[in-house]
Design a protein around this ligand. Sequence first.
Ligand SMILES: [Fe+2]
Ligand SMILES: [Fe+2]
Length: 171
Amino acid sequence: MSHTSETILKVNHAGEYGAIQIYRAQIAVARLMGWPCAVELQHMQAHEREHFAIFDALAKARTSRTCHAPWLWAAGGYALGFVTALFGEKGIWSCTIAVERNVFTHLEDQLDWTAQHDRELHAAVQAIIEDEAAHRDEATAHRGAPRVIDGVLEALVGRTTKFAIWLSHRL
Ligand SMILES: [Fe+2]
Ligand SMILES: [Fe+2]
C-alpha cells in the first residue's frame, strides 16, 4: 500500500478511537453480566487510550488532518463490541483476536515506510505495535478452544476491521 504520513496518522488515530469504543461496549456488557474478563478488558482499553493520545498529540503538533467522521468509529466500534459480547466471553475474545490481528498486520505494513520517511511516526507505531500483539495473544489464551460460532465471529470481525481500515483511508 502506498503511504503518506498524513494518511497513516489519520488512519491510526481513527483506529485507536474505534478500539476504545469496542472495549467500552465489551466492558459494559461484561460488568453487567459479572464476567471476570472485565478486568483484563479495562487493561487493554487503557492501552488503547494511550495509543490514541500518542497519535492525537502528533496530529495536533503537525496540524495534520484527522478523520472526518469520528462518530462513525464511535458508533461502529461500540456496535461491534456490543454485538460480539452477546456471544459471551468467548465472543468478546474472538472479536479481540480478529481486530488485533488485523491491526497488527496493518501497523507492520507501516513500519518499513515510516522507517525511511518519517522517524517520528515510526517511533509512534513502534511504541504501540507490541501492545497490539500482546492483546491478540492474551485474547487467544483467554478464549481457549473456539466454538463453531467463534470461528464465524472471528471471520466476520476480521472482514469488518479490514473494511473499517479501508474506509478510514478515504474519510
Ligand atoms: Fe491500539
Ligand atoms: Fe489493541
